[in-house]
Design a protein around this ligand. Structure first.
Ligand code: TA6
Length: 302
């Protein structure tokens, strides 16, 4: 299918390069997505600052992951479990996807992209599959990532919609919805810790929260907004910020960028990995909504 266009709703830029980007519009706002990795790079409800953080130092090179937006980690999350030479976070984020469908109505503009196995993917991961990303840009931004197992044996998948959110100041934002759960801390030898209150960070964090399906709210008083993250068939949440030193050591990360971003990832990782039976499919969903931050009600007098 050639790159599909919809007048006033969907057009392409950099079409002749290795990294064509779809520009989508609906009556609620705009979004931009790169064909490499089916990676959303920008989501901007009208009249608001960007919802997603995108590094100014990102490299735009075929085969290299772009730093920011929503990379897709699939079919494994993080380092490959057995072979460290294989690419981190799998191969879906660095391959070129193909458009499958585009349509629009009064409420939304939708684009669907696909990726299938070929000799290169089978050399990295020995399964036949069909992967599909449906993007719906309406009052909210919805992403559905569907994996279909076309192999004759069960397919183990770990996955994440590795969303980088733009924040006014890392130390001033709060993430609600994980209270009462436990996290496995990658910065502390994957030890388990309880999360008793709303999450607030002062620097680096790399945490996996297992068995967390509830919606999350990222409150940002500096930008006067709250980002609601609704998760579908996602049992894990990953929270990541590289902190000052790691960010400075990453060539594609703006040096001060770590203060302006927080990754809150809709995921299935570690013990929440999914096993898809032959012929079956699994859909991971994230729905992102940006709303004004309503001030907390004043505490009642004692
Ligand atoms: O989601 C957190 C994480 O897995 C971190 O461990 C960190 O390395 C990050 O993703 C970025 O990974 P990348 O391969 O994009 O540099």
């Amino acid at each position: 299918m050639p790159l599909p266009t919809l007048p006033g709703r969907l057009q392409w830029r950099d079409e002749t390069t290795a990294l064509p980007q779809a520009e989508l519009r609906s009556r609620f706002g705009g979004a931009r997505l790169c064909l490499q990795g089916a990676q959303v790079l920008d989501y901007r409800p009208d009249g608001q600052p960007p919802v997603l953080w995108l590094s100014r130092s990102s490299r735009y090179q075929a085969g290299t992951a772009i730093r920011g937006g929503i990379p897709l980690c699939w079919p494994w999350f993080g380092p490959h479990p057995e072979t460290s030479a294989l690419p981190a976070h799998g191969f879906a984020r660095t391959r070129r996807w193909r458009p499958l469908d585009a349509h629009a109505d009064d409420d939304a503009t939708c684009l669907t992209l696909g990726l299938s196995d070929d000799a290169e993917t089978r050399a990295l991961w020995p399964y036949a599959f069909e992967l599909r990303l449906e993007l719906r840009l309406g009052r909210q931004l919805t992403l559905n990532l569907t994996t279909r197992n076309l192999s004759d044996r069960p397919m183990p998948v770990t996955e994440a919609l590795h969303s980088y959110f733009l924040v006014s100041d890392l130390e001033r934002v709060r993430l609600r919805g994980l209270e009462g759960t436990d996290y496995w801390d990658k910065l502390d030898g994957l030890r388990r810790h309880p999360q008793s209150d709303a999450l607030q960070l002062a620097g680096a964090a790399d945490r996996v929260y297992l068995d967390t399906g509830a919606p999350l709210t990222l409150e940002d008083p500096g930008l006067g907004r709250q980002i609601r993250i609704h998760k579908g068939r996602s049992r894990s949440t990953v929270v990541w910020n590289p902190g000052r030193e790691t960010a400075a050591a990453m060539a594609d990360f703006d040096d001060d960028g770590y203060r302006r971003m927080l990754c809150v990832e809709t995921a299935n990782v570690l013990d929440n990995r999914v096993r898809i039976a032959p012929g079956d499919s699994h859909t991971l969903t994230t729905r992102i909504e940006s709303l004004p931050l309503t001030p907390a009600a004043p505490a009642a007098p004692a």
